[in-house]
Design a protein around this ligand. Structure first.
Ligand SMILES: *Cc1c(COP(=O)(O)O)cnc(C)c1O
Length: 419
């Protein structure tokens, strides 16, 4: 079931007052649900010593949410300098930050190495020579190429721009060791929104195999393997949720086998984003128009600047209308925003109850890669973000963008090159 029924119930009770106070559109996140999922993940891995989740900041880069993760003992996976900045701003430093960049620039390396640094996760063998200082600890992102299949969002590994290829991996660690690196990790991220837990088990097995191979050749050990993010959530009502318990059981088994063979084990790291916050966010928007042409359209006051996934990935997000029940009499409609792009639709030919202007639509599962992916094309501004606290208070955690924000880059020192 998308968006937990507990969250739906708690939100429904107070939704009209929230709308009155803050105005639509807004994303609203559920502190209780997020904490429960964090705890569930930690508990599922309690049999693996040193397990640690590095929340993928890009999924929901809001300091109020990140502080919840920090309280739960999580680190942060960052792939840009602003994401590192955000993590440091809330007080996470050093090895609580994993920097998984790709096509990394020198200024990015500089920023990442400052302030006691972070865990550098190198995307390519050529980047070793571009390091400013030689760090104590280095991780490489591994790309297995044809050895594995990818999935729809990320694509096949052999076509993906990420990671060090299989044939380069030994060389990569050899070079790092030669330069004086003492501690090692390995990382991969092959799937996105993957609902088959076995895929993640295979990824773990694959990394443990590479670790054995590299250790045998180079006489080093690994501090951790990082199996990436990519755990899926059920966006449609009939999708089965990800089987976390089966995954962890099988992964624990793989670690046991590794330990028996090698008398040591690396720690296990993960960097989930979607799984942690995805189901605990909703986009709330009001009906402002109805249009009957070749299709029936329900126009709302949010647009794809608030949620790109349906337009970008043809992704399904469940929608319910506050206070209205689903019935057999529901008619098919397209739910649309105001952008001059025909992909600006939250739902296409979706059966929904009849609506009138002013009705409130709740678009489910926008807690990850929702607000964060928003953009300003066509002068559309991004909405505010709210947090439903455990004590039922509702807090503004990001204001809506204004016209001044939109035009701020038009205020600058004049500069002209004349010939
Ligand atoms: C996007 C991303 C993640 C998080 O992916 P989810 O599907 O949200 O779990 C983790 N690691 C890397 C390197 C990423 O690019």
């Amino acid at each position: 079931m998308p968006m937990s029924t507990s969250y739906q119930k708690r939100l429904s009770k107070i939704l009209p007052q929230i709308v009155d106070t803050f105005g639509t559109p807004f994303h609203i996140y559920d502190e209780k649900g997020i904490k429960e999922t964090c705890r569930k993940l930690t508990t599922a891995f309690e049999n693996i010593e040193g397990f640690k989740e590095f929340f993928a900041v890009k999924a929901l880069p809001n300091p109020s949410i990140m502080k919840i993760m920090q309280e739960m003992g999580f680190g942060f996976d960052c792939s840009s300098t602003p994401e590192i900045h955000l993590s440091r701003q809330i007080g996470s430093f050093k090895e609580d930050i994993m920097f998984t960049s790709n096509n990394t620039s020198s200024p990015q390396f500089e920023m990442a190495t400052k302030n006691d640094g972070c865990i550098l996760n190198l995307d390519d063998i050529s980047l070793i020579s571009k390091l400013i200082d030689i760090p104590d600890l280095i991780c490489f992102r591994y790309n297995p190429g044809l050895r594995r299949n990818g999935n729809k969002i990320i694509g096949s590994p052999v076509e993906s721009k990420y990671g060090v290829s299989h044939d380069q991996i030994l060389d990569a660690y050899t070079q790092a060791k030669t330069l004086g690196v003492k501690r090692f990790g390995i990382h991969t991220m092959l799937a996105s929104n993957e609902l088959d837990y076995k895929y993640m088990v295979e990824t773990t097995r694959m990394l443990l195999d590479i670790v054995e191979l590299v250790c045998e050749e180079l006489d080093i050990t690994f501090e951790f393997i990082n199996i990436g993010g990519g755990l899926g959530i059920p966006y449609t009502p009939d999708t089965k949720p990800f089987d976390l318990d089966s995954m962890t059981k099988e992964i624990v088994q793989l670690f046991k086998i590794f330990k028996n063979r090698n008398a040591w084990v690396p720690r296990l790291y993960m960097e989930s984003g979607r799984y942690i916050t995805g189901p605990h966010g909703a986009l709330v928007t009001s009906v402002i128009n109805h249009k009957n042409t070749y299709r029936k359209y329900v126009g709302v006051d949010a647009s794809m600047s608030a949620l790109m996934r349906p337009g970008m990935y043809d992704a399904y997000h469940h929608i319910h209308i506050h206070g209205k029940k689903e019935s057999a009499a529901m008619k098919k409609v397209d739910v649309v925003g105001a952008l001059c792009e025909n992909i600006d639709k939250f739902a296409v030919q979706r059966k929904l109850p009849d609506t009138i202007e002013g009705d409130i639509l709740v678009i489910h599962d926008t807690g990850a890669h929702g607000h964060a992916m928003g953009f300003n094309y066509n002068g559309h501004l991004r909405p505010k973000e709210l947090l439903l606290r455990k004590d039922s208070s509702v807090e503004l955690i990001r204001r809506a963008e204004t016209m001044d924000d939109y035009f701020s880059t038009l205020t600058f020192e004049p500069k002209t090159l004349r010939f």
